[in-house]
Design a protein around this ligand. Structure first.
Ligand code: NAI
Length: 707
């Protein structure tokens, strides 16, 4: 454990000529544990005390400079010395300090580098201040030194995006002084330090840098950033704190700015948003820990096939091409294949038009794409994803072909949204190779990939799904077979809650507004307009036969669909989209239909506050999430959280529905559900898991360890 490590174990010093080389060696990523922090201070003290040392070089051992804070310290009170103290000690050093960066130099790692006097970065180095992603601000001088080095606009952009930049951009911005050659950071750092000494280069502190000298321009940049952040950050806490800290860099002496940075940092630490964001951060790493991935090695996937070139097939092909795989697409005839290929090319043409891809790069990607109308083209591929019409007979026919042509050991995956994958698997001679890979639209953009595990699948096929997700840079979540798996199954329930609210008296526009206030980018009716109302309509028709006749069924959406109002693509849905506009306008005719339907259903409308709307909507989502865990469709509550965070626009700072439930309290949630059940006991049946947790005084988090 880091707490018991001695500083000298993790920070080595060695004098080479006049340069004291300080090597941070704390595998795997040189995180800034208490021992590393103490070791750095001791190293600077030693450098100053040693008359033979004229300069200091800080480097990282292994594959990174310093990847950031020590995540094992998250949520605990850190031991001294603090990171701001370490940075100050480095900056105060009376002898020039050089940092040579390779690999990740992120968060606190970059703040250490910014406290050094000269910076060199090797190709492949990744520099960034990603604290905003876990609800924080850089807390060790990052907000004060960065703008002094690179100006307000670039500093704020770096900190608000949390993105990583490479050495070229870092040099252009002025964050580093020099780019090294590929190779050894230590050797190049040493050469740079020697060169600086030979030139008589002085100690040069970032806190004295002149990046803010042009005050009027900097002030204007700050005001522009503040306005944009207020508009874009949708209730997030830490982005505006970053702007505030940078304002202090502009207006106040360095020490005062540092004090304010600390104050704002502590406010962020205390914010519930940080709890949610940290949960999201860890949950996204935990989801890949599933029994099959532990039990088996993935099969190699060096080439892939896609059946169908529609919305999903083309998107999946792009995701695979983007990951460097060769892709073969099979469509049912030449005309459909031409459309499928065009759907793929359209994505790259868009990038070329925006200047984000060169025509040559597009040609190179498309050279890895092959189209065919015969399944024989799949003879050599390692994995196929089927994305044809959502129809069991069509899917089975496709799988019969795959069974016939694919080589032994090829993974046969379906992208079905709802169909029974056990039934598909049972229809082929190799059910152990059949898996669900449920992508989300647009498949080349959306991060979520549900890995649906039928009863007979072999463990190594599931492990292959997880490995593929990594190749495609998706967030994989293991799901069991049921109607809708995790995401769409839970969605179906809270969508009904939204429909009930609408029929009971809330307008679709108020419901959308309430959920935007909660933090969703869009409300459910806006989402429906974007996805196309016909999709939900088809699902409702399919389910009509099996629907409990006693269940409440709101027909308002059907009335819109019967008029052909499917949303953006038809110019109107719940909202009006005049002349192809994407921002919808409330539609009085929709409100009239809603009223007529209320009358038809004999409902006397009442009013709801936005808070009441959120309460019902979330209760429906969490209760069904609990059912999904209870029935082992999801392994753990955190899997449900990740599905909603990465596939359904759930606000990240709330951590996902199950984390949100824990934070607001399960007893209150259960009481709400029992209250709602007085009106509609069939819809509002408390999940047995929720009841059990409340009886035991436990929470969803207590189930997150038990995968
Ligand atoms: P789509 O209608 O856009 O595309 C289907 C394509 O499959 C068409 O190009 C059609 O020509 C082709 N096709 C049909 N039968 C074929 C056959 N026997 N052989 C080869 N190609 C054939 O449909 P979409 O939206 O791409 O959906 C495909 C699948 O993905 C469905 O199972 C759907 O439930 C699922 N899905 C859809 C999502 C969405 O948002 N659209 C999201 C996630 C899954």
């Amino acid at each position: 454990m880091s707490d018991t490590t001695k500083p000298s174990d993790v920070v080595r010093t060695e004098r080479l000529g006049r340069v004291l080389v300080v090597t941070v060696d704390h595998p795997p990523v040189n995180a800034l544990s208490a021992a590393v922090r103490a070791g750095l201070i001791a190293a600077i003290d030693a450098a100053e005390a040693d008359a033979g040392t004229a300069a200091v070089l800080i480097v990282g051992a292994g594959r990174s400079f310093i990847a950031g804070a020590d995540i094992r310290e998250f949520g605990k009170t850190p031991l001294p010395p603090s990171l701001p103290e370490v940075c100050r000690r480095i900056e105060d050093c009376a002898k020039p300090v050089v940092a040579a960066l390779h690999g990740p130099a992120l968060g606190g790692g970059l703040e250490i580098a910014l406290a050094a006097h000269y910076r060199l970065a090797l190709p492949g180095a990744k520099l960034g201040l990603p604290e905003v992603q876990i609800g924080l601000i850089p807390g060790s001088g990052g907000t004060q030194r960065t703008p002094r080095l690179i100006g307000v606009a670039a500093a704020i952009e770096l900190m608000l995006s949390g993105r990583h930049i490479g050495p070229d951009e870092a040099l252009r911005l002025g964050l580093i002084d020099r780019i090294g050659a590929a190779g050894d950071a230590r050797a190049q750092g040493l050469a740079y330090a020697e060169e600086l000494l030979a030139a008589g280069a002085p100690v040069r502190r970032s806190r004295d840098a002149q990046g803010l000298a042009d005050r009027d321009a900097q002030r204007a940049a700050l005001e522009a950033a503040r306005a944009e952040t207020a508009r874009k950050s949708r209730g997030l806490f830490s982005p505006l704190k970053i702007v505030e800290a940078v304002e202090a860099a502009l207006d106040r002496p360095f020490d005062e700015g540092m004090r304010l940075e600390r104050e704002l940092f502590l406010q962020c630490i205390d914010s519930p948003q940080r709890q949610g964001l940290i949960h999201a951060f860890f949950a996204e790493r935990e989801v890949a820990k599933v029994p099959e991935a532990r039990a088996a090695q993935p099969r190699p996937v060096a080439s892939a096939g896609v059946v169908g070139g529609g919305t999903m097939g083309a998107g999946i092909a792009v995701a695979m091409l983007d990951a460097g795989l060769p892709v073969t697409m099979v469509e049912r005839d030449e005309a459909s294949l031409a459309r499928g290929r065009a759907n793929v090319e359209k994505v790259y043409d868009g990038l070329v038009a925006k200047g984000r891809m060169t025509p040559d790069a597009k040609a190179a990607v498309m050279a890895r794409f092959t189209g065919a109308t015969s399944y024989e083209a799949f003879g050599a591929v390692d994995l196929v994803v089927e994305a044809v019409f959502e129809d069991m007979a069509v899917k089975k026919a496709v799988f019969a072909e795959l069974d016939r042509v694919c080589k032994p050991g090829a993974v046969l995956a379906t992208n079905t949204s709802y169909l029974d994958i056990d039934e598909i698997a049972a229809s082929v001679s190799r059910p152990g190779d059949v898996l669900g890979l449920h992508f989300f639209s647009p498949a080349n953009i959306m991060k979520l990939l549900e890995i649906v595990v039928p009863a007979c699948v072999s463990a190594d096929v599931v492990a292959t799904g997880f490995a593929l997700a990594k190749t495609l840079r998706k967030v994989p979540v293991r799901a069991g077979v049921c109607d809708g798996f995790i995401g769409n199954r839970v969605l179906a329930v809270y969508r009904q809650a939204a429909d009930h609210l609408m029929e009971d008296g809330a307008s679709p526009y108020q419901i959308d507004e309430a959920l935007r206030e909660f933090g969703f980018a869009m409300g459910p009716f806006q989402v429906s307009d974007l996805a196309g109302g016909d999709i939900g309509w088809a699902t409702r028709k399919r389910r009509a036969a099996t629907r409990d006749p006693r269940a409440r069924y709101v027909q308002i959406a059907d009335r819109l669909c019967e008029r052909g109002w499917f949303g953006q693509k038809t110019g109107r849905g719940w909202y009006l989209y005049p002349e192809g506009s994407r921002a919808g306008r409330p539609d009085p005719e929709v409100l009239a239909i809603v009223e007529a339907e209320r009358a038809r259903a004999g409902v006397t409308p009442r009013s709801f506050t936005n808070e009441e709307i959120v309460r019902r909507y979330m209760a429906a989502m969490i209760n069904e999430g609990a059912n999904v865990v209870h029935q082992r469709i999801a392994l753990r509550p955190l899997d449900v959280d990740v599905v909603f965070l990465s596939g359904y626009g759930f606000p990240r700072h709330r951590g996902g529905p199950m984390k949100y439930a824990d934070m607001t309290g399960l007893p209150q949630l259960l009481a709400d559900i029992r209250e709602f059940a007085k009106e509609d006991p069939l819809f509002w049946q408390p999940s047995p898991l929720l009841v059990d947790l409340v009886e035991r005084g436990a929470d969803f988090a207590s189930l997150n360890q038990s995968a």
